[in-house]
Design a protein around this ligand. Sequence first.
Ligand SMILES: C[S@@+](CC[C@H](N)C(=O)[O-])C[C@H]1O[C@@H](n2cnc3c(N)ncnc32)[C@H](O)[C@@H]1O
Length: 188
Amino acid sequence: MKYKNTINLVNSSKPEAEFKRWSGHGLVSIGLVNPKSATNVASILRACGCYGASAVFYTGQRFGYAKDFNADTRQMRHIIPTVGVDDLLAIAPKEASKVVIELVEGAIPLPEFVHPENAFYIFGPEDASVPEDIVAACDHVVYIPTRNSMNLAATANVVLYDRMAKSDYVAGNELIKKSRDNNNGLTI
Ligand SMILES: C[S@@+](CC[C@H](N)C(=O)[O-])C[C@H]1O[C@@H](n2cnc3c(N)ncnc32)[C@H](O)[C@@H]1O
């Protein structure tokens, strides 16, 4: 089912406090402009599961035609809503700051960026860029100072990692035990 742009899925389906508990790092959702590769979307879903993002919204038809969740080995698509929408700006979760991640002249380098607590991160497609109207409407525009443009899913992973690294994150052996594969009993 395609959600209408008037629906604020993230904030209306569950209370804010519940999302905060679940993610541990505030409220995070992802917007993808017409993604081409289902593998990239699946990798982003996996990253959402690892770092605690609560929903993925995408525009365009290409992902819908080519759904292939091989990279989503943790089955995050069953937990994290993955929602086709007509307009990412219209679906942007209420109260979230809209953060475009793109190679835009004048953008803030990610290492210097202070992440908003409630953020909607918007990424462009593999074969183009975030459209100008979305860039103009966003609260922040951030780029990663790389020598070439990165793969879409890699970019999302780096942004979510940067957010976690700058947050009051949970660490330790209990988390390691919970996160790793069943056949991994390594200790030092
Ligand atoms: C393969 S890139 C597409 C080409 C990119 N728009 C360009 O101008 O080179 C896919 C998406 O990943 C993100 N991306 C890739 N590298 C990036 C970087 N160094 N900084 C910020 N965003 C990046 C952007 O959202 C981009 O639209």
